[in-house]
Design a protein around this ligand. Structure first.
Ligand code: NAD
Ligand code: LMR
Length: 341
């Protein structure tokens, strides 16, 4: 019996992500919470012929504090894509003011209704919203750092797609052979693509500018979609795929399934809390960093040191640059919660 709750289930990411979760036979209960249209999305998905029982949860009024708790109660996995997306000209950091409150409230409810659940944060700016979630869970005395995940999988998905095109490899075959670490915004996103000898040789054969363009495209891939959607939001379908890919990883670990690739998925996690404080020190102190994580039973069992994957001076420098950006975002998230009564 596995219960998954999606908060923000009626949104651009929420709907296709909920559909993918409905297709997973391991999910027995799928709770869809949103402040709009939750019942409609649930009714629609409930007709798909898979075992998950789908229930929609829509607050009855602005002051309704019970419906969200009902949705979350007993969840093993909570996925949060609730919040506002970017429009052209905005950075993810511009979303902070509104999404910080949304994430804070949803995570506070999860802390009370399902303190044992793994929580996946998709809402931007991930670099800061995960720090908010951690601070809220700490304040409420239920922080298990091994179960809090910032979802950075879309950066890996993009890196696999763009590199595959560039070196003539099937992008799907690159899963686990390249890795993206750091954070989820601009130059905090660090693709590491030289540790596999065959791939490194192919990358070295490319003109230097092609490698630089690849890195830029991975770091700013989100902007490409925001621009193309021209005011209608940011990545939703590729994000639903990526969010599902990480959710499935958590679900597989709950079912003790083997990890089928050598370098596991990365996630933006609390380094000190997952037993990687020496990495935090080596990096210069960030509390959070996206690193490859090995999961067991829905939580981080161990992580890989990204420096073990770094092969070039450029990759090392990108990590240093990422840390600078992350320190500011993390402290913004933490102070936001500490400043609240
Ligand atoms: P959207 O506007 O289409 O959907 C957001 C949904 O959240 C809406 O249905 C809205 O009603 C709901 N919502 C708002 N406040 C809520 C609350 N308090 N409780 C429950 N639901 C609430 O937006 P989207 O395109 O789905 O994007 C959602 C978020 O995901 C944005 O912040 C976006 O920047 C982020 N995002 C992250 C990544 C990533 O890689 N981590 C990728 C793409 C988008
Ligand atoms: C992305 O990387 O596509 C998301 O973080 C959405 C955005 O704002 O770019």
């Amino acid at each position: 019996m596995t219960k998954v709750t999606v908060c923000g289930a009626a949104g651009g990411i929420g709907q296709p992500l909920s559909m993918l979760l409905k297709l997973n036979a391991q999910v027995s209960q799928l709770a869809l919470y949103d402040i709009v249209n939750a019942a409609g999305v649930a009714a629609d998905l409930s007709h798909i012929n898979t075992p998950a029982q789908v229930v929609g949860y829509l607050p009855k009024s602005k002051d309704d504090k019970d419906t969200i708790k009902e949705a979350l109660k007993g969840s093993d996995l909570v996925v949060i894509p609730a919040g506002v997306p970017r429009k052209p000209g905005m950075t993810r950091a511009d979303l902070f003011n509104i999404n910080a409150l949304i994430v804070r409230d949803l995570v506070a409810n999860a802390a009370q209704a399902c303190p044992q659940a793994a929580i996946l944060i998709i809402s931007n700016p991930v670099n800061a919203t995960v720090a908010i979630a951690a601070a809220v869970l700490k304040k409420l005395g239920v922080f298990n750092p091994r179960k809090l995940f910032g979802v950075t999988t879309l950066d890996s998905v993009r890196a696999e797609t763009f590199l595959g095109g560039l070196i003539g490899e099937d992008p799907a075959s690159l899963k686990g052979k390249i890795s993206v670490v750091g954070g989820h915004s601009g130059d905090t996103i660090v693709p590491l693509i030289h540790f596999d000898k065959t791939i490194a040789a192919k990358v070295k054969a490319l003109p230097e500018q092609a490698y630089k363009d690849f890195v830029h495209r991975v770091q700013f891939g989100g902007d490409e979609v925001v621009k193309a959607k021209n005011g209608a939001g940011s990545a939703t379908l590729s994000m639903a795929y990526a969010g599902y890919r990480f959710s499935e990883y958590v679900l597989n670990s709950l079912a003790n399934k083997e990890i089928p690739f050598s370098i596991p998925e990365s996630s933006y996690v609390h380094l000190l809390g997952i037993g990687a404080s020496s990495l935090s020190q080596k990096l210069g102190g960030p509390e959070f960093f996206s690193v490859p994580v090995i999961l067991r039973n829905g939580q981080v069992q161990s992580s890989l040191d990204p420096f073990s994957l770094v092969q070039t001076e450029q990759e090392k420098q990108m990590i240093e640059t990422a840390v600078k950006g992350l320190l500011t975002s993390i402290s913004q998230g933490t102070s936001f919660v500490e400043g609240l009564k």
